[in-house]
Design a binder for this molecule. Structure first.
Ligand code: PAF
Length: 280
């Protein structure tokens, strides 16, 4: 595993691998790696010949400066976790990625304007800007993203289609703790009690996915929201059910079409997101 800090160095390694006919797999991360990330890197190592992981805490996607300050930085542990799976780890400094702090902006309708797009203004412009820069630096054949950030995944697919980027996006299942809590770098900021209470998120989503075929969407959304109303120390930001492709409200349960329930909820000052999809 080689750790690289500049785009120039990275290009040398990638060009050499490509000239030997190697397929390049890429896993972009912001570090604070956990087994969910390791799973993405493992998928990349199974499906491609040269695995590149980036570790870069992207300042432009944090709409809340406090969140950026508190973002965990665990580089030594991160490198140890992926040592046997990654070939190249790209760890650029901020000015390597941002000679100027300019971000582009994209409008993919409800994909970028609702939910995370609404509650975190500018977030997806920051994500798309850095992902496009990283794709331009790595030139991956495939890039691996987790379904845990479901809306991000949909936005990145839209970005790739819109900009005609020559990369295949591979969606990977969310990795969960035994009680169902989705693995996230933010979980390390939860207290023991919050961590155990957080299992409620997946229980609620699972119940919705089980019952939704017999109930109206509005009734299940209302039931889901109520689950967090009286929970002390918890504050629900959204819980909603939308079409999994368009993120538009569902007019009709069309057999075969995918839907998804998405949630964002605060445990104290830690913001957690999760989702669960199904087909009608
Ligand atoms: O999902 C993440 O960790 C980040 O949003 C990403 C895709 C690495 C861009 O900074």
């Amino acid at each position: 595993m080689i750790v690289i800090e500049t785009i120039n160095d990275l290009s040398h390694h990638i060009e050499r691998a490509k000239s030997m006919g190697k397929k390049v797999g890429f896993v972009p991360t912001m570090g604070a790696l956990h087994p969910g990330h390791v799973d993405l890197v493992r998928q990349a190592s199974l499906q491609t010949d040269l695995v590149v992981v980036s570790i870069f805490v992207n300042p432009t996607q944090f709409n809340n400066p406090n969140d950026l300050l508190k973002y965990p930085k665990t580089i030594e542990a991160d490198l140890a976790l992926i040592h046997d799976l990654a070939d190249l780890v790209f760890v650029p400094a901020i000015d390597e990625m941002y000679p100027t702090m300019h971000t582009k902006s994209w409008d993919f309708g409800p994909l970028t304007s609702t939910l995370e797009g609404y509650y975190r203004p500018g977030h997806f412009n920051g994500v798309c800007t850095v992902v496009e820069k990283l794709f331009n630096a790595v030139h991956p054949d495939c890039a691996f993203f987790g379904k845990k950030d479901y809306q991000q995944l949909a936005v990145i697919k839209a970005l790739v289609a819109h900009e005609q980027l020559p990369v295949q996006i591979i969606s990977c299942e969310t990795v969960r703790e035994e009680g169902g809590l989705a693995l996230s770098s933010r979980n390390m900021r939860l207290s023991e009690t919050q961590r155990s209470e957080a299992q409620h998120i997946y229980r609620t989503l699972s119940h919705i996915a089980e019952q939704i075929k017999h109930e109206s969407i509005e009734a299940m959304e209302a039931w889901g929201r109520q689950q967090f109303e009286d929970q002390q120390g918890w504050r629900l930001e959204y819980l909603t059910i939308v079409d999994a492709q368009t993120f538009e409200p569902i007019e009709k349960k069309t057999p075969g079409r995918a839907a998804v329930a998405l949630i964002a909820v605060y445990a104290g000052d830690v913001r957690l997101i999760d989702n669960l999809e199904w087909r009608w």
